[in-house]
Design a protein around this ligand. Structure first.
Ligand code: ASP
Ligand code: MG
Length: 451
């Protein structure tokens, strides 16, 4: 069975309403090897739940709950026999209300995860019902039975070994009996409390389950027909990439291309499982295949853009001929749970950007007063916000000749605030002022990929 198993994941827009769910059901049923389906919450639901988890006043709670009910009832209302499932969803809504009341008294990360998990719990219940009305032997599976994670609520890490053995014991047997529908994004820690893998984590769930079940492929169905040379909203002539390597796709995800959750490819790479990315609105349009090796990897593959970068420049005359300064800086950052993204150094300066990948709900800067105070005791600190990171993804970039000319030739009119090149042969990246960012991407795209 597992030799040809496909795990299919559908994102929020692919299960947004009755029609979207049916389009996704068509995709599932079009390939008999698809035996496990992983779903996000219906579009919009997670944001509403996060808002409730932040602790709201009575009227706002009622309003948000109503919004959630409206989205899910719109699906129920189109079922042939809506009564039983309506009761189940009503029970979920009661739970949500109770948890939202608790959050209004005192918020907590554990409570937030318990609350937001209801989005995926509801979408999967509804999807099973849609399949059953189409006479399919579909089964709802609570992924928390197998997705064991750490107790870092909001951004839990999976315990891959436990996941593997729990899947073999509990999930694999179900898959051989029925088409199994389960939740992305959520898990549980060793005491049984609900956790989440971080926003957008359903892709990661699909890849983790695919790995645990030795799937032949993981299909990620979203609202874009694959991975493009850059964001088509910025460059309308961006081209779809038919095949891309794990390394390149991982770089793209990390550097801000929003197609895949950055962690998705870890299990895929580890276990060499190809990942397909396509649009559930238009499956016939095809998509992008992400796999171990691609024929003739090009020097330049794609451009990614990540906004809201914070650059810290640290100045310390003591650094001259001294050692241990960088170690101290990194130790301070580590104590504040901040990982560094880009770094450049000179004799008495260090410039670095803070890594914001995977940070949860708010997109606020990670920079806190406590961190600044601690750094300032060591050196002079300059902070620049409002920068954007442009990353060029490619192959052998650090080994080829002429890369600098081709890249920077097109960027003459722009200020490049910082350049990182040489650490990875898969990327070259630099910071530009945010107002220039899209222009820079367009100029580069034109130069590297043509019109
Ligand atoms: N529903 C979750 C979110 O909106 C997880 C996901 O969609 O992947 O972040
Ligand atoms: Mg999503």
């Amino acid at each position: 069975m597992s030799q040809s198993l496909i795990v299919a994941k559908f994102g929020g827009t692919s299960v947004a309403d009755f029609d979207a769910m049916n389009r996704s059901a068509d995709i599932v049923l079009s390939d008999a090897n698809t035996r496990l389906v992983v779903l996000s919450a219906s579009a919009g639901i997670t944001n509403l739940l996060v808002s409730l988890a932040e602790g709201q006043e009575l009227e706002q709670r009622a309003y948000l709950l109503d919004e959630i009910r409206t989205i899910q009832y719109a699906i129920i209302d189109r079922l042939q026999a809506p009564d039983v499932i309506r009761q189940e969803i009503d029970r979920m809504l009661e739970n949500i209300l109770m948890l939202a009341e608790a959050a209004a008294l005192a918020t907590s990360a554990a409570l937030t995860d318990e609350l937001v998990s209801h989005g995926e719990l509801m979408s999967t219940l509804l999807f099973v019902e849609i399949l059953r009305e189409r006479q399919i032997n579909a089964e709802w599976f609570d992924v928390r039975k197998v997705m064991r994670t750490s107790d870092r609520f909001g951004r839990a890490e999976p315990d891959v070994d436990t996941l593997q053995s729990l899947c073999a014991a509990q999930l694999a047997p179900r898959i051989s009996e029925a088409l199994v529908i389960t939740q992305g994004f959520i898990g549980s820690e060793s005491k049984g409390r609900t956790t989440t893998l971080g926003r957008g984590g359903s892709d990661y769930t699909a890849a983790l389950l695919g790995e645990a079940l030795h799937a032949a492929r993981v299909d990620i169905w979203t609202d874009v027909a694959g991975i493009y040379t850059t964001d088509p909203r910025v460059v309308p002539t961006a081209k779809r990439i038919e095949e891309i390597s794990f390394e390149e796709a991982a770089e793209m995800a990390i550097f801000g291309a929003k197609v895949l959750h950055p962690a998705t490819l870890l299990p895929a790479v580890r276990s060499d499982i190809p990942v397909f990315v396509g649009s559930s609105k238009d499956p016939a349009a095809g998509g992008t295949r992400v796999c171990n090796e691609t024929p003739n990897p090009p020097l330049f593959r794609a451009l990614a853009l990540r906004r809201k970068q914070t650059l810290l420049t640290l100045h310390s005359p003591n650094m001259l001929h001294a050692h241990g300064f960088l170690a101290e800086v990194f130790a301070i950052l580590a104590r504040h749970n901040i990982s560094v993204d880009l770094v450049t150094t000179s004799e008495v300066n260090v410039a670095l950007t803070l890594d914001t990948t995977g940070s949860t709900s708010s997109s606020d800067s990670l920079l806190t007063q406590a961190l600044l105070t601690e750094l300032s005791s060591l050196c002079r600190v300059e902070v620049e916000e409002n920068l954007a990171l442009v990353a060029i993804i490619g192959n052998n970039l650090s080994k080829a000749c002429g890369v600098g000319k081709e890249v920077f030739g097109a960027l003459e009119p722009f200020n490049l605030r910082m350049i990182c090149y040489g650490a990875s042969s898969y990327n070259l990246c630099f910071l530009v002022p945010t107002p220039d960012a899209e222009e820079v991407v367009r100029a580069l795209h034109q130069n590297l990929f043509g019109a």
